[in-house]
Ligand binder design. Structure first.
Ligand SMILES: [Zn+2]
Length: 168
């Protein structure tokens, strides 16, 4: 069914339901569409205002059933691309195969060229930064807090999507 806002020559507005726009044209052409107020058959379609789906209204905090509590309007729900340096979560199971392979290759490169220092990562990164350890690339585990502290000290840290090896 298709809904039309209709208007007669005397500006009476009313609703009409038709199986299609062709059905409306056909019925109007045969004078079958008449104004329920005055019976005028000189009926045309009124201009339609854009209709928002109900769902978006329901999510609008201003229309939430809490009239006593003023609520700030929610930010638009658009997803933005993550900024460089931010940790991005990647769901491994759903990765397209070629992305997974690329990440596995990345992991292999890191393992080949960097020293694994385990959970001593933050400590070792600091030592290298201060010239107390051999200058080299390392990798290991660290907490987001530690990574933040390192970054604050000017020590460059990157989080990598660590996918399982292809044989695991
Ligand atoms: Zn009318």
């Amino acid at each position: 069914m298709i809904h039309y806002a209709l208007i007669c020559s005397l500006e009476h507005e009313f609703d009409g339901w038709f199986s299609s726009s062709m059905a409306f044209e056909a019925q109007a052409a045969r004078d079958l569409v008449e104004c329920p107020v005055c019976g005028d058959i000189n009926v045309r379609r009124a201009l339609m205002a854009p209709c928002l789906p109900r769902k978006s209204n329901a999510r609008d905090p201003a229309k939430a059933p809490q009239p006593d509590v003023p609520q700030p309007s929610a930010p638009p729900a658009t997803l933005q691309q993550p900024s460089p340096g931010h940790t991005v979560a990647v769901a491994g199971d759903r990765l397209p195969a070629h992305v997974r392979v690329a990440l596995q290759r990345l992991r292999a490169e890191v393992e080949r060229h960097c020293d694994y220092v385990g959970d001593q990562f933050a400590e070792e990164a600091r030592r290298i930064h201060h010239g107390e350890s051999e200058r080299r690339a390392i990798y290991g585990e660290t907490t987001p807090d530690e990574a933040e502290e390192l970054a604050a000290d000017g020590i460059e840290v990157s989080s990598l999507p660590w996918v399982p090896h292809s044989d695991s």
